[in-house]
Unconditional design. Sequence first.
Lengths: 338, 402
Amino acid sequence: MKKLMMSVALGAALGMVAGAASAQTLNQVKTRGVLQCGSNTGLAGFGQPDAQGNWTGLDVDFCRAVAAAIFNDAAKVKFVPLSAKDRFTALQSGEVDVLVRNTTWTMSRDTSLGLEFGPVNYYDGQGFMVRKKLKIASAMELSGASVCTQQGTTTELNLADFFRANKLKYEVVTFATSDETTKAYDAGRCDAFTTDASGLYSERLRLTNPDDHMVLPEIISKEPLGPAWRHGDNQWGDIIKWTHYAMLTAEELGVTKANVDEQLKSTNPDVKRLLGTEGKFGEAIGLTNDWAYRIIKHVGNYGEVFEKNVGQGSRLKIARGVNALWNKGGLQYAPPIR
Amino acid sequence: MSSIDARPSGATGSDSRPHVAFWNNPKARGVLFQMLLFLAVGFLAYAAASNAIENLQKQKIASGFGFWNNIAGFDIGQRLIPYETTSTYGRAFWVGLLNTLLVAGIGIVLATLLGFVIGIARLSRNWLVAKLATVYVELIRNTPLLLQLLFWYNAVLKALPEVRESLALPGGAFLNTRGLFVPEPVFGAGFSLVLGALGAGFVAHLGIRRWARRRQERTGQRAPVLAIGFGLIVLLPLLVYLLAGQPLSFAYPDLGRFNIRGGVQVYPEFVALLLGLVIYTAAFIAEVVRAGIQAVSKGQTEAAYALGLRPGPTLDLVVIPQAMRVIIPPLTSQYLNLTKNSSLAVAVGYPDLVQVFAGTVLNQTGQAVEVIAITMAVYLTISLATSLIMNWYNARKALVER
């Protein structure tokens, strides 16, 4: 009775914290039959629902890959749109199983929020967008400008650092969602709009006249974006990490969505281990041995997903740059599967 | 307790009370149950708190109030007290709180004025005025405040010119998308004398008004209170100002490369929020005022007319004082609503307590439990303080029964 009363009380008073204690996320997801994925409220190329409610984007495909690995069905994901300021609370409280929402991995977030950050699925940096008619070529000319940004982001902090370090004056206007921020910039409230460079390309397309705006060359910060999950569930962390690594490994080995069935017959030991025709790597992370096969079959390898969502196959046309594989001059590097 | 106290009429004397078992004594039982309830609630609160702390520690989420003195690292646009990137989270809290109080304070005053005007207009005998007031109330009262705020913010912003095409207003002010820039008053050395004269004039005016009212009640003679008041409150400080060598100058705003420098900036976010809150709350206050006036029986007005009072003094001396007794309690709720609704600031980017503290600070520190608890405590304090003041005012205005 006492125990019951206690749990009822806590459920009511602090459901937030009570639900999240180190329960096995994988078991919860399996029982529920669907993965709850914390997503952006709408950022083209990364996470955005279309008119029919179908989500697309690089981060969205990451969630689909995790769902594919667990359920052999990339559609078993429920996307929970979260604003920048609500995202960590939603993850801490167990409302979402994993947060894949172009979230920057920083030391304080990693150590004091009760979260773990995974492999970086997009290396980014913060930039500025301004109107072309201001005729400025560098962020150093922004003295006295007013800048619109989204609150609860590393962007807000980097912005303050940048202007402080360069002894420039400015005025900040912060909004709760990227949508409000973009609208205010579009309405002329601010001279400059700042967020991660990838976000700038994406938001620019939503302005009334995208061609009237330009992105300044300066990148003022490092923004390693990647998934986050609750501290203490290492098995779940392994699944998140190796989902990304499997997609990288597949790209490295030339395994694609189109040829993955054919590759099952491959004699290359690396491919065999990846696709589960040799070894028991899937079981080691609590899944079936064909986990990576499922990911590639349903979602594709990292390169395919990148090009489709943010690269040449998309409206954003972002170059691979630092997000190329390590052997092609980029930073994306997966530990070997063995 | 009072219902438990009602004993059978025969058992009032202490001697005649029959001896009953403890659990059959209604009074003792009442105390026991109250103690049990108190313990249960206390235990519940304790259990919730200790469980939260335990779980936070287990999940390695930082807890406690140590973050208060940490460096905030972010900037805030509108601030009433000095604040920099290197200030603490505690400082950010005060900036947000003052912004909330600013918009709530000005909002309450303006909403009251507008609400009274609209409320009286609804009862006007002029058909057009009455209908316009009705349309205003029904339109504003029946649409969500959030939508209205967004409307004002976008309407205000879209209508304003860009910085380079700033609208120059008379008196050296500018209006553009960044807001309204007005000359900043710079107070000279002798300005405190002027303020002192103003205060003294005000106090003297109150004293004279009181004396005049007493004399009128006693002798029926009226004194020119208005003229004396004008002299004391306006002319006296003006004289001191001139004698002290005009110790007030203005720093005029000046068009810079991007923005206007100098002067006082009234942010569009503030204007939008204030407009939204005032217009919305005024509609409710208008209804409260109308109800209050209609609650005064028609016989009172007729009696006043019969005594030869004109409509103006009738409203002023007979209707309003009686209506106030009905108006004040619901008016208090409207003040509380306005203050709490100011937390919608987050939608228009106004840095109020919720936006700065429960938004950015919560996110940067990740300490949701502490931050939300503090925010709730602050709103509770503001609301209780407002209620206290209004209850005191209500008690003064209430019908004194003899």
